[in-house]
Design a protein around this ligand. Structure first.
Ligand SMILES: Cc1ncc(COP(=O)(O)O)c(C=O)c1O
Length: 405
């Protein structure tokens, strides 16, 4: 019998869990819905590499299909991949993980984040996050039954969360600190000194650090501090990362979690019931990425760096003051001089000049007064977008000036 119970009226009000029903939709989504209704927009909005996955990596995925490697793999991921990953983490960050017990291959770092939060959170446990931060952090904490506690960051501190501010947010219910550096949306990186102070705090209060290092390879002229590599932090850090950004592999859905075996066992329990394993062709492509993809990463980083320098320089010239982002592929200029809030600015810029940026407030209240501009788009497009932004800012400043006189 077909289920016709809800056919006429749609799902009833109580069909959706309260947790999901009350979860606000992502501020980014709302904006992209508007964007999709307008033609010929130059987008500095989407946080995704504009590069296609390098050919030899795609070829390895094709080879998997051609040879009929189309099955499940072990839940934890292919042993060769975990071994390559262990070598990679040792080589780049000097941190050693046992490939069999301390690494789990996931469908994107997004799956990893969800697994980690579900595995460690008891109802109403608190997780500290920076404000502004990646939109999934508070949402995933709420979905896992926890409470996100935001700690403000600001331009004066280069948007780096400080140990002293974290300490002020610690209560009896605090379970851990979730950080992501290099950061989305600000491009901030975590200086070693501050990382040490946070590590010390975690030890003092017996907290876990969940470190989302998806942008670790996109770093410009500074070091990336890999959190588990700090003294005695490996056992209390859960490292989440992947290849979406470093190897331009967003659509492949591949990521990993590296942590103490107790964590990995717990995560694997959820993963085996919900995802089973990451796609085999993706895993095979990632083995190739790890074995032979280094020069691709370097080339892409060089190109991002050229765009980054250009964008930051132009934003400052236009009068949208912008601190220097040293990681990821985002600039986070202040738009306060225009007298608009970030949503107004983004919406008007889109409607009047067809340039898409993301309102900073979509990433938390401390993002108000800023917009996120992604430079993972071609230099000619960035040049044109900034020309249009210049025109827009001049126009709005004149109007703002007239209103004040
Ligand atoms: C900070 C951060 N973490 C995680 C992700 C998700 O990446 P993945 O494609 O590995 O799921 C993103 C994607 O934009 C991100 O910006």
């Amino acid at each position: 019998m077909p289920d016709t119970k809800y056919a006429a009226t749609g799902a009833p009000d109580n069909a959706i869990s309260q947790k999901v029903a009350t979860l606000p939709p992502s501020g980014i989504r709302k904006f992209f819905d508007l964007l999709s209704s307008i033609e010929d927009v130059i987008s500095l909005g989407i946080g995704e590499p504009d590069f296609v996955t390098p050919w030899h990596i795609r070829e390895a995925g094709i080879y998997s299909l051609e040879k009929g490697y189309t099955m499940y793999t072990s839940n934890a991921g292919m042993p060769e991949l975990r071994q390559e990953l262990a070598n990679y983490l040792e080589l780049h960050y000097g941190v050693s993980y046992h490939p069999e017990h301390e690494i789990l291959i996931t469908a994107g770092s997004s799956e990893g984040l969800d697994l980690v939060l579900r595995a460690i959170i008891n109802p109403r446990d608190e997780i500290i996050i920076p404000d502004p931060c990646y939109v999934a952090y508070p949402a995933d904490i709420i979905l896992a039954g926890g409470v996100p506690i935001t700690v403000p960051t600001n331009e004066e501190n280069n948007f780096v969360i400080r140990a002293t501010d974290i300490e002020a947010g610690i209560t009896k219910r605090t379970k851990g600190i979730l950080i992501g550096y290099p950061a989305n949306p600000t491009g901030a990186v975590m200086p070693r000194k501050e990382a040490h102070a946070i590590a010390e705090l975690a030890r003092k209060h017996d907290l876990f650090v969940i470190s989302d290092e998806i942008y670790a390879r996109l770093i410009y002229g500074v070091e990336h501090v890999c959190f588990p590599s700090l003294p005695s932090m490996k056992k209390r850090t859960i490292l989440i990362s992947g290849f979406s950004k470093s190897h331009a592999m967003t659509g492949w859905r591949i990521g990993y979690v590296a942590a103490d075996r107790r964590f990995i066992q717990a995560l694997t329990k959820i993963h085996q019931y919900t995802m089973l394993c990451a796609p085999i062709m993706t895993q095979m492509a990632t083995i190739e990425a790890l074995r032979n993809g280094e020069s691709d990463v370097e080339k892409m980083v060089q190109e991002y760096n050229t765009r980054r320098r250009f964008m930051v320089k132009r934003l400052n010239e236009i009068g949208l003051s912008c601190f220097e982002p040293r990681g990821a592929f985002f600039a986070f200029p202040s738009i306060r001089a225009t007298g608009m809030n970030s949503e107004e600015f983004a919406e008007k810029l889109l409607l009047e000049e067809k340039v898409a940026v993301v309102p900073g407030v979509a990433f938390g209240s401390c993002g108000e007064g800023f917009v996120r501009c992604c430079y993972a788009t071609s230099l000619p497009d960035i040049e044109e977008a900034l020309k249009r932004m210049d025109r827009f800012v001049r126009k709005t400043r004149r109007a703002h000036g007239r209103q004040r006189h």
